[in-house]
Design a protein around this ligand. Structure first.
Ligand code: HEC
Ligand code: HEC
Ligand code: HEC
Length: 224
């Protein structure tokens, strides 16, 4: 295919995409106009569908041929060990894939290879907790370097995800839930963000004399 033809293909698929958007727009508009028609749940939550962190997994440990990730037309998929078989005997949790991986590593039940080629290579562990005080009334966040550097090298996070300087990074729950900052991994390859896990990150109780901060507007214009 020559260059010009490729361009035409691209342009026509772009036109199709715009057409699809217009179509979808009309459907929503029609739904809103018909007052007697109740809003469907799918329409209400559509904005959150992209968010993998809010999506409930039906079976987090489905065998490879049922997990929707592996190719079932490939015979080799059926030779893979199902997670539940591999996870036997590991300490449990009630979220994610139901394994406490930090405990499993601490108890020596697993020994991941640090270097793909050299099985004797030791991890470069750094024991440094970073406390992130949170303005909201939830407990403060403690980011533990030890538990992370037992699995990950510094360059997994620095500098692409986090500038290595305490307080230099703006982090908030919206970014995390959208798969940024801590959410690059949490909810994907490490424990997810759900009500059962808030306290794993928000682990430092507020100081006894903690008071919610007042906004600038409140300070200037105290409520009487
Ligand atoms: C899983 C991600 C992650 C990994 C891996 C990681 N760090 Fe960090 N690091 C952070 C975060 C998050 C902060 C806090 C940044 C902030 O508060 O804005 C931080 C902060 C730092 C700081 C600043 C400390 C201070 O008091 O200002 C240094 C230095 C640092 N890391 C070095 C390292 C080194 C060396 C390694 C490897 C041994 C490493 N980090 C591995 C996430 C990581
Ligand atoms: C993977 C770690 C992690 C988990 C799990 C987590 N948080 Fe957070 N949370 C953070 C970090 C980091 C911040 C930013 C702290 C700061 O201000 O520097 C934060 C900030 C917040 C804030 C302050 C407002 C904001 O958006 O920044 C609230 C409220 C909050 N979290 C509530 C929760 C609740 C509720 C849960 C459980 C459903 C939860 N968090 C689970 C890491 C986590
Ligand atoms: C590069 C990937 C990555 C990023 C980014 C990351 N984590 Fe983790 N985190 C992990 C892995 C892997 C584990 C260990 C497996 C698990 O517990 O699911 C872990 C474990 C933890 C633990 C559990 C420690 C324990 O003792 O059980 C906490 C707390 C935590 N992370 C907080 C955070 C916070 C807060 C951030 C953001 C400031 C963050 N993580 C960013 C990968 C990451």
């Amino acid at each position: 295919m020559n260059h010009k033809n490729k361009m035409m293909m691209l342009l026509s698929s772009a036109a199709l995409a715009i057409f699809a958007v217009l179509q979808a727009g009309q459907v929503v508009a029609a739904g809103a106009a018909g007052a007697d028609k109740p809003l469907m749940l799918a329409e209400v939550s559509a904005a959150n569908i992209f968010n993998r962190n809010l999506k409930k997994q039906k079976n987090p440990n489905a065998p490879p041929w049922e997990d929707g990730i592996h190719d079932t037309t490939n015979e080799a998929t059926f030779n893979l060990q199902p997670p539940l078989e591999a996870y036997k005997g590991l300490p449990k949790t009630s979220f994610g894939n139901h394994v406490d991986w930090v405990k499993a590593l601490d108890q020596g039940l697993i020994k991941p290879r640090w270097d793909r080629l050299d099985s004797n290579e030791e991890p470069f562990v750094m024991d440094l907790d970073i406390v992130r005080p949170v303005k909201a009334s939830v407990p403060d966040v403690v980011f533990p370097h030890r538990q992370h550097t037992e699995w990950l090298f510094c360059s997994n996070c620095h500098p692409a995800i986090f500038i290595p300087q305490k307080g230099a990074n703006q982090i908030n729950m919206s970014a995390i839930l959208l798969g940024k900052k801590c959410g690059v991994c949490h909810g994907k390859v490490s424990f997810p963000i759900e009500t059962k896990t808030c306290k794993k990150c928000h682990s430092k109780p507020k100081p006894a004399d903690w008071k919610p901060p007042l906004s600038e507007a409140t300070l200037k214009n105290p409520w009487k």
